[in-house]
Design a protein around this ligand. Structure first.
Ligand SMILES: [Zn+2]
Length: 272
């Protein structure tokens, strides 16, 4: 298992990563007292203005602990009960998403799973798996699996991990249920672009702030999670960010009204 350089703590105060503007206004309807959500005045992107320090994400705010707390909170709330009662939407959406992802993904070369959690099972056999995981406990759990297949896991933030796998080019990078947590999504996508082979792909799955369910559920939408979801992408905002870096953007579940997520394949042009 590779460990991070401890000097790389991100800034706590953010600008808009889609258009670089620092001008924003608080969105009271969706904010929590301690964690203000803001809307970019230039492009409309919704994001968390202040983010937790990296060290907190590594341990006390780690995904596995947040997930357990959130599940408990949701079971107790009326909105959560309604959301749970309509969970079939998510099951249906995920079933189709997974099929789409399986069709899109490659099964050779070096494949990087960003936010790999405790396993390399997402990377098809035949490819060499690499992983990045911010939770120390999960990275430690995953390391033997990755190493047994000739790969490695990096424990730390994604932008540092992408620098760490020196000399390695990836055929694909997976970012499933990850980019919504990332305080520096532009830097991470720029670094992924550089590390991809020409024609290589990034496979993304993120909560869709533009989904019909978010509009219906409002504040009770399951995509709101404070403070660990720091970006609230829509298809247009994610497209703008990706295309400004040089990726070709393709949404692969645009037909689904029931899915709370965006499923997107970003391609590095073969000529780049
Ligand atoms: Zn903006």
């Amino acid at each position: 298992m590779l460990n991070r350089n401890k000097e790389g703590t991100p800034d706590l105060e953010r600008c808009c990563d889609v258009c670089h503007s620092a001008d924003s206004k608080r969105v009271d309807a969706y904010s929590e007292a301690q964690w203000p959500l803001v809307e970019c005045l230039s492009c409309g992107f919704i994001y968390l203005k202040q983010v937790p320090e990296y060290e907190a994400l590594s341990d006390e705010l780690a995904w596995e602990k947040q997930h357990a707390q959130e599940a408990k909170r949701r079971r107790k709330s009326i909105g959560g009960a309604l959301d749970a009662a309509t969970r079939w939407r998510l099951v249906l959406g995920k079933m189709f998403d997974d099929r789409v992802l399986t069709q899109q993904r490659r099964s050779s070369g070096n494949i990087l799973d960003v936010g790999c959690a405790g396993t390399c099972a997402n990377v098809p056999l035949g490819a060499t798996p690499f992983g990045i995981e911010v939770s120390e406990a999960l990275a430690r759990k995953a390391a033997p699996e990755f190493e047994a297949r000739g790969g490695q896991v990096f424990h730390g933030p994604a932008h540092e991990g992408l620098d760490c796998f020196e000399g390695i080019q990836f055929s694909s990078v997976y970012m499933r249920s990850y980019l919504e947590h990332e305080a520096q999504p532009r830097i991470v996508l720029e670094k992924a672009f550089k590390r991809l082979e020409p024609g290589g792909t990034v496979h993304l799955r993120v909560p869709n702030f533009g989904s019909p369910n978010r509009i219906v559920m409002g504040r009770r939408w399951s995509g709101f999670r404070f403070p660990d979801h720091v970006n609230y992408f829509t298809s247009p905002s994610l497209r703008r960010l990706a295309e400004s870096i040089g990726f070709q953007y393709r949404r692969v579940n645009g037909w689904s009204l029931f899915d709370d997520n965006l499923m997107v394949v970003l391609t590095k042009p073969a000529s780049s």
